[in-house]
Ligand binder design. Structure first.
Ligand code: AMP
Ligand code: GLY
Length: 417
């Protein structure tokens, strides 16, 4: 089979890497891909926002796997033949691209989540904040904002600044036309991802992202500085999340006439009062995927095909009895303005046994790999224990260098303690 993977990040490198091991796959194209992906697939220079060109190119392949949320939210799946595309339709992707819709589904189907109100007008939101007595409070742009549209306000003043930024200054564009204001939750975060064909579910091993820039979860929010899997929940607890979170979400959408197919991702807070949903995503997580897929011990193409065919019941996914930690190497300055064009050395010294490098923001120049993004690459280490995975990944990182390279040294530590 010929496959097209859409996207260019660490998540897509990991998907391509895993699909390259499939006995069902003859050839992989990636649009646009990156230099790491180019070692395994033929990269075609079409950006993931260029839906028209992607649809044309998709005529050459048997299956299309969509990595990022933007083309899904823009409706790429609706434009492609149903029998060859992996990912939800535009309306299905609303579970991520419209937080007010996702909150409505949660309210309708009794999925535990933070108390909330949705606002369409700045004045109404300001009035609500004026009457609020409990801080912190969480203010979310309803639309897609590349992980930056969530502000935890500690005071009334901060809340009002957040509202003005989103609703009148339009820092996140249309994404801030609607805002969700919700209760602040405390606890341990965990991501549960599952394949679903709209009827059945196959959950993947639970994982934990590290969104803050600095050790101890301090500093600015980022796209994710690392992740580990398995994390926080037992297999039985994951089963409980499937039953009480993922299944009701998919049934709720079905009532709205949406058959949701693809990956459904629940970001959860495990609070003293039990699990509560922070968000749903309509795709594989990044960097969770870089920790999860290396733990799969069976063919990734099988659940992808079964999801498309509506036949997920017939498939099983086997997991290695191991742990994985992915640590993201970032450019100096990230998540603000960051440096680019720095040569990356030492990649060939990373041991191939138990460690894998997944490129994200890289490029090539004069036959050298250089930095080209904020999150440059993720390195994943496996181990029989979480401690073993940690030793492996940080020893691999010590071989790699670029000027200004920054990474967190505590990825996985919460799982160790
Ligand atoms: P989201 O994009 O909705 O997952 O939010 C991004 C991050 O903001 C989450 O991973 C949490 O760390 C934090 N967050 C979101 N909602 C809440 C909440 N209600 N209480 C506390 N933290 C939250
Ligand atoms: N790791 C968070 C996300 O993929 O949205």
């Amino acid at each position: 089979m010929k496959i097209l993977v859409i996207g260019s990040g660490g998540r897509e490198h990991t998907i391509v890497w895993k699909l390259a091991q499939s006995s069902l796959v003859d050839k992989i194209y990636a649009a646009p891909g990156n230099p790491g992906i180019a070692e395994l697939a033929e990269c075609v220079p079409i950006k993931s926002e260029n839906i028209g060109e992607l649809i044309k190119f998709a005529q050459n392949v048997d299956i299309v796997v969509v990595g990022p949320e933007t083309p899904l939210a823009d409706g790429i799946v609706d434009e492609l033949p149903k029998n060859k595309t992996f990912g939800p339709t535009k309306r299905g992707a609303m579970i991520e691209s419209d937080k007010s819709y996702s909150k409505k589904i949660m309210r309708d189907t009794n999925i535990p989540t933070a108390d909330f109100e949705t606002f369409y007008k700045l004045e109404a939101a300001q009035k609500f904040i004026k009457s609020n007595r409990t801080y912190p409070i969480v203010i979310k742009a309803s639309g897609l904002a590349a992980g930056k549209g969530v502000i935890i306000a500690e005071t009334e003043k901060e809340a009002n600044v957040a509202l003005s930024t989103m609703m009148s200054e339009k820092t996140f564009g249309e994404a801030g036309d609607k805002v969700v204001i919700e209760e602040y939750l405390e606890g341990e975060e965990v991501s549960v991802l599952a394949f679903t064909d709209g009827k059945d579910f196959i959950p993947l091993v639970p994982s934990q992202d590290h969104k803050k820039l600095m050790e101890g979860d301090k500093g600015l929010n980022t796209g994710g500085m690392g992740a580990y899997a398995r994390a926080v929940l037992t297999e039985k607890e994951v089963g409980n999340i499937v039953e009480n979170v993922l299944a009701p979400c998919v049934w709720g959408m079905k009532k709205d006439g949406i058959t949701y197919k693809g990956i459904l991702y629940a970001g959860l807070m495990i609070t003293a009062k039990g699990h509560k949903v922070l968000e749903f995503n309509c795709r594989f997580g990044d960097p969770e995927t870089q920790a999860i897929l290396p733990l799969i011990d069976s063919d990734l193409m099988e659940p992808i095909l079964a999801t498309i065919e509506g036949n997920l019941k017939s498939v099983k996914i086997k997991f290695k009895n191991e742990y994985a930690i992915c640590v993201v190497l970032a450019s100096a300055g990230y998540p603000g303005n960051y440096e680019k064009g720095k040569e990356i050395t030492g990649l060939s010294k990373v041991p191939t046994n138990g460690c894998t490098v997944f490129h994200a923001g890289t490029s090539t120049k004069d036959n050298k790999i250089i930095t080209a993004g904020g999150r440059v690459m993720g390195i994943t280490g496996l181990g029989n224990t979480l401690k073993g995975a940690k030793d492996n990944v940080y020893s691999a990182i010590s071989k790699v260098y670029f000027e200004g390279m920054y990474y967190r040294k505590d990825i996985g530590d919460k799982g160790l303690s």
